[in-house]
Design a protein around this ligand. Structure first.
Ligand code: GAR
Length: 220
């Protein structure tokens, strides 16, 4: 009997290039997963077109149509649970989630953030890297907990900041790295390699004491 694929609900707000990277990884047999649904809180998100091109079910759930964050999150929960998603993947989803939502998907909710966390939580990460003359920048994939951009980190992609970089060039280079590491983490979850012992994240049943590092196209 064929093994059941990891079923994904992917939440987006914009371009959806990370969604595309996940779609491509599935198509190229690098990811044993199935996208059950894509939800956007923005009707104009071009990631919706990427999903529609692949005949993936899409929902637009506009946060502004709901009286509260909780009501908006509840509407998303109904859709996600109706498709019985194993994992909720935030892929450029630009809304803060409510405590009950995060609790409901505890250890089944991941995010990609464009910085070397714990540096630069929140917005405008690339500009802050430039303003602070940082030598390195990157992206982090982490499980979501109740604090913004603070849950256990699985992997970080790290790259040098060039003297010629500005926020736009950095953002573009970081995205290329994001597209490598996000499907990689989802595949680790699909293979059952990431688990929790209370709040301790384990990789292959050993505590992951520091994030994996993706650098120069290699995992270290
Ligand atoms: C990505 O850089 C992602 O890390 C970032 O938004 C971009 C979405 O790009 N996410 C956040 O800043 C979340 N706090 P995409 O829509 O092309 O995948």
């Amino acid at each position: 009997m064929e093994k059941k694929k990891l079923s994904l609900a992917i939440l987006i707000s914009g371009g959806g290039s990370n969604l595309q990277a996940i779609i491509d990884a599935i198509k190229n047999n690098k990811l044993d997963a199935q996208i059950e649904v894509v939800i956007s809180n923005q009707v104009s998100a071009s990631g919706l077109d990427r999903a529609a091109r692949e005949n993936i079910t899409t929902y637009v759930i506009e946060h502004k149509s709901y009286p509260s964050r909780g009501a908006f999150d509840q509407a998303m929960t109904q859709v996600i649970d109706a498709v019985k998603a194993d994992l909720v993947v935030l892929a450029g989803f630009m809304r803060i989630l409510s405590k009950p939502f995060i609790e409901h998907y505890q250890h089944r909710l991941i995010n990609i953030h464009p910085s070397l966390l714990p540096k630069y939580k929140g917005l405008n990460t690339h500009q802050q890297v430039i303003d602070n003359n940082d030598k390195f920048h990157g992206a982090s994939v982490h499980f979501v907990n109740q604090e913004l951009d603070s849950g256990p980190i699985v992997i970080q992609a790290e790259m040098p900041v060039l003297a010629t970089d500005n926020a736009e060039t950095l953002a573009a280079r970081v995205l290329i790295e994001e597209h490598q590491i996000y499907p990689m983490v989802i595949q680790m979850i699909a293979e059952g390699r990431l688990s929790f012992d209370k709040n301790q994240l384990n990789l292959d049943n050993e505590p992951l004491t520091r994030p994996l590092c993706w650098k120069d196209n290699q995992l270290t």
